[in-house]
Structure formats: C-alpha cells, structure tokens
Design a protein around this ligand. Structure first.
Ligand SMILES: Cc1ncc(COP(=O)(O)O)c(C=O)c1O
Length: 396
C-alpha cells in the first residue's frame, strides 16, 4: 500500500481538518470554570448563531450527531406524541428508530432514497391531520446516505399552507456550513448539527439551535432527560459555562473554524460547495455512471452518491481505491450497501483537491474493472476552469 503523501479523506464526514484548526486544538486545556473559558464559550456559541442563521441560542454538547438528535426530541416531546418523519434515506431511518425507542408515535412517510422530502406530501398529510395530533415534523436537510438535500424553505411553506402548528425539526448535520440553511427565516424550531462535517472539526460536538416555540415546548415536555437537558445548559451558557465538563479543545478548534468561515464568507463557502458538486456530477455522467439523486433541484452540494451498474460491488471498488491511492470514499449505507459509493466534497476543500479525488476515482474505476468511459476528470476540469474564467470576468 502506498502511504506517502496525504491521505485523501473523501468520505462525507468526518472531513479533513485544516492545519489551522489542528494547531488551534493543540493547546493546553484550560480551566472550564475560569474566565478565559467563559470568553471562549461566549465567542463560539455566538459564532455558531451566524452559521445557523439564527438569533436564538445554540448549544454544544460533547457528543456525536446522534446525541444532538436525541436532545432535540427529549427536550420537546412527551411519550406517545405523534411525530411525522420522512424516509429520505439511512440517516432519516436511524432518527426514526431513535424516536421510536423513546415511545414516540412515529409516522414515517415512505421514500425511495433517491430524492429529498417532498413538501407536497408533507402538506397533504398535515392538512388531513385536522385534530393537530402531529406535534412535530422532523426532516434531514442533507441526507448523507443518498446525496439528496431537502428543500426546507418549501417544507416550511407547505406547513404554513396546511395551517398546521407542528414544530419543525431539521437535521443539518451534513449541510451546516456547506449548504445554505436559514433557521430563523424558515422558522425551524430545532436544528441539529455536529462538528465533523462542514465545520471542519473532528467528531465530538453535537449542536441544538433552539427556536422560541421549541423552548416553550420544553417547559412541559415529559420525556425523561438528564444529560441532554437544555435548561441547565442554557442557564450555564448564559454565564459562559457548561453544566458539566465541555470538550474544551474542540471549542478551541471551533473558534478557529468559525474564523475561517467568516474570512471566506458563508455565501462564498456555499458557492464553492455548489461548484465542486456540479463538477463532480459532470465527471460521474462523463464516466457513464449514475448520480443516485434523481431530482436536480435536490442535488446535494456536500456529497455525491454514485450508483454503480448492476452486478458491480461498490465496496470492492472502494478497497481498490484505498489500497492504490490512499483515498477513503464513503460506503453505501443500509439498503444501498455495495450499490453506491459516496464522494465527499465538503469542508476544507478546493479545486485541486477535487481533481485529485476525481482522478483517484477514475483510476480506481479502471483498476477495478468497472465499465465506464474515461474522461470524467477532464469534464470536471473543464467545468472548474469555466467557473474560474467566469468569476474572473465578473471581477474585471
Ligand atoms: C445527516 C446525518 N444525521 C445524523 C448523523 C449521525 O451523526 P453521528 O454519526 O455523529 O452520531 C449523520 C452521520 O453521518 C448524518 O450524516
């Protein structure tokens, strides 16, 4: 196995951690009850509001994304409450399973794992719920298993059109800081996020952004909560502290990552992700392979899932790429196991890193004997060159 040079970590999270962030984390851990910590906590919790596009509080648990999923539910709901969830793919299914284990009455709108949540179907379901039994609608913004991004703004409009008061919970785990998400404009009640994707950090921080209606619901919610309880977290955070030991060094990293995002500008970060996603799709089509997501308005800008021809083993292909080029691609999850591989193009990423990634895929396709047409990388190069030329023209 050739291990010289950098490993290409092109799974859709955890993503590559920039050197700046690594250096920021390589600092002595400080007293989490002292004044320096309070300044750090205030700065990062405030900075996160910009990324979620919210004026409401954002809290950071020492946790993976799954913990933040759980926190969203246990703080707002009571046993037996009905929740409408949408089967966009593997992660939506895991969130549904988690909700079911808490005794919530989950209604799962079936999906084919090739598109986002359909606003029309949500509207129809809510309109039929004239007694308003549904307490919450929960949607995964960017379904990391399929590369389909749901249109949250349209889902909010659908809920409004149905005149339904359900809370709206959104998993932004693989969209935050990669694909535009607007907590306040879309009146999302709880947004769930975590550190290891667009925020360019290692795993270990799980976020809840909490809207006013969710906070109100948390006063009467009866599901048991202890570690995930928002109340002590919010009370302590207001003074710059945590109710238990925080992930201090990850917060050092978060401060640096937020500074990087602010330097580049969020809108430019989103445009960069859009560009890399479009270049990737052009490569996939030029190879004669299929993008799993069928709905062009829902293509994910943070990853692309590539469907291999029937009879080809996507995991065998991934093993070839890892052995030959020291690059990790995302595996197919759940019912997509062996059928797709996923290219992560999110986080700390640029044009040349994308070309390296696609070059590795193209060489891997040849080595693994997957039927394809060479030239996908060249198609991506042409797109990236055009995009540069157009932006240079505009800046003259
Ligand atoms: C969309 C989405 N939701 C939830 C999760 C679960 O997060 P974690 O593995 O950090 O618990 C993931 C993980 O990749 C994800 O992509």
């Amino acid at each position: 196995m050739d291990r010289s040079g950098r490993h290409f970590l092109q799974i859709p999270g955890p993503t590559n951690v920039p050197d700046r962030v690594l250096r920021a984390m390589a600092a002595p851990t400080i007293d989490h009850r002292g004044p320096d910590f309070a300044a750090l906590a205030r700065e990062v919790l405030d900075g996160l509001k910009t990324v979620f596009k919210t004026a409401h509080p954002v809290i950071a648990f020492p946790a993976s994304g799954t913990g933040a999923w759980e926190a969203a539910l246990v703080n707002t709901l009571s046993p037996g409450d009905r929740v409408l969830m949408v089967e966009t793919g593997h992660f939506a299914t895991l969130w549904r399973n988690l909700a079911t284990r808490f005794g919530l009455d989950v209604e799962f709108l079936e999906g084919d794992w090739r598109r986002g949540a359909e606003p029309e179907r949500i509207e129809a379901r809510l309109a039929a719920d004239t007694g308003h039994a549904i307490r919450a609608v929960a949607v995964v913004h960017n379904e990391t298993s399929t590369g389909a991004a749901s249109r949250i703004g349209a889902i909010r409009q659908a809920m409004d059109a149905a005149g339904h008061p359900a809370l709206l919970f959104v998993d932004t785990i693989s969209s935050l800081a990669s694909i535009d998400f607007r907590m306040d404009e879309w009146r999302v009640d709880v947004a769930v996020g975590c550190s290891q994707k667009g925020l360019m950090l290692p795993p270990g921080l799980g976020f809840n952004a909490i809207g006013p209606r969710a906070l109100e619901a948390s006063e009467t919610a009866a599901l048991a909560r202890a570690y995930w309880d928002w109340r002590p977290m919010l009370e302590n955070n207001a003074r710059g502290f945590f109710p238990y030991t925080p992930a201090t060094n990850l917060l050092f990293g978060l401060r640096e990552a937020l500074a990087m995002l602010a330097d580049e500008g969020l809108e430019r970060v989103f445009a960069r992700h859009d560009r890399h996603a479009e270049a990737t799709r052009r490569a996939v089509r030029a190879w004669g392979l299929e993008v799993l997501c069928l709905e062009p308005t829902e293509y994910s800008s943070s990853l692309t899932a590539v469907l291999l021809p029937e009879g080809q083993d996507a995991d065998a292909f991934r093993r070839v790429v890892l052995a030959a080029f020291n690059m990790s691609l995302g595996t197919g999850l759940g019912r997509l196991k062996g059928r797709v591989f996923r290219i992560g193009h999110l986080g700390d990423f640029n044009d040349l890193a994308l070309i390296g990634t696609l070059g590795g895929v193209e060489m891997g396709l040849a080595l693994a004997g997957i039927p394809h047409t060479p030239g996908g990388t060249a198609a991506a190069l042409a797109h990236l060159t055009d995009a540069r030329r157009n932006s240079a023209d505009k800046s003259h």
